[in-house]
Design a protein around this ligand. Structure first.
Ligand SMILES: [Mg+2]
Length: 276
């Protein structure tokens, strides 16, 4: 677990380039890339199911995989299965549900040991609450539950209080994770930082300089880990952060990644590519 909770970020001055990525060092193919999805690679949608990975970002990621020899992982709050649906034809290394589940570059799936049946009661409580407030959205990710209030920001305080109460009933095996217009109930002990640490101990990430780009509170865990490893951390958008750099928006991230020149081009790894 990181030294600071993302809920209590210390103020920090960071560098924000007006042109987005101008001040950040150009990306190199020998680095290891860890990328959040929503708000980083693709625009946030009104509801989670509304996101769309357009052809240009699918091509960008496929090219990055080839250029880096497969050293690119998606680090997301979504389940792994949703990443596969957004990037058909690629079997990417992914940390899903904020690190609770992880698929390595060799395809091995590791799930955090937790009794998911204990989520049943929480699921029932939250389903009743969403029934009373249909403007709230309950997202069932299997091992974690997310309560979205993007359609009704005035219910944010209520959503957070409700989720904290539900969490107390479950005990310390679970924790609450805040995000942009969302509050999540997830197994404790795993986060985006621990997922990056695990990837960095494995082929093809190990020995490389890590880069992590994200836009939300949960990404601060990843920034901490990458900073401690001497890597490059980038927050998308404004706001307090422990990342070393900030980029303006999704377009700035895409523009920066597309600068990776392909020097030292490496063949795509066959195990990462599924026949279409
Ligand atoms: Mg995000």
């Amino acid at each position: 677990m990181s030294a600071h909770s993302p809920q209590t970020l210390p103020p920090r001055r960071t560098r924000l380039s007006r042109s987005g990525s101008r001040l950040v060092p150009a990306p190199l193919p020998e680095w290891a890339y860890f990328l959040d999805l929503d708000g980083t690679l693709i625009e946030i949608a009104a509801v989670p199911s509304g996101v769309h990975a357009d052809g240009s970002v699918q091509l960008l990621i496929a090219q990055m995989v080839a250029r880096t020899g497969g050293a690119l992982a998606i680090i997301t709050g979504r389940p792994i299965r949703e990443i596969d649906a957004l990037f058909p034809g690629l079997v990417l290394p992914v940390a899903g549900q904020h690190g609770v589940e992880r698929r390595s570059a060799s395809g091995e799936i590791v799930q955090h040991a937790v009794v998911t049946s204990s989520l049943d009661e929480a699921r029932s409580v939250l389903t009743r609450i969403v029934g009373r407030h249909p403007v709230l959205l309950l997202e069932d990710k299997g091992m974690s539950l997310a309560l979205h209030y993007r359609q009704a920001p005035r219910l944010g305080g209520y959503a957070h209080r409700t989720m904290s109460q539900v969490r107390r009933a479950l005990g310390d095996a679970y924790c609450v994770q805040a995000g942009k217009f969302v509050v999540e109930l997830k197994p404790a002990g795993r986060d985006k930082g621990s997922a990056i640490t695990d990837f960095m101990a494995e082929w093809p990430f190990s020995g490389r300089m890590p880069v992590f780009i994200g836009d939300d509170l949960t990404d601060e865990y990843g920034f901490d880990v990458v900073n401690a490893m001497g890597g490059l951390s980038v927050k998308v958008g404004r706001g307090r952060t422990r990342a070393q750099w900030q980029m303006q928006d999704v377009n700035a991230v895409r523009g920066w990644l597309s600068q990776s020149s392909g020097r030292r081009m490496v063949e795509a790894i066959p195990s990462l590519t599924r026949p279409s």
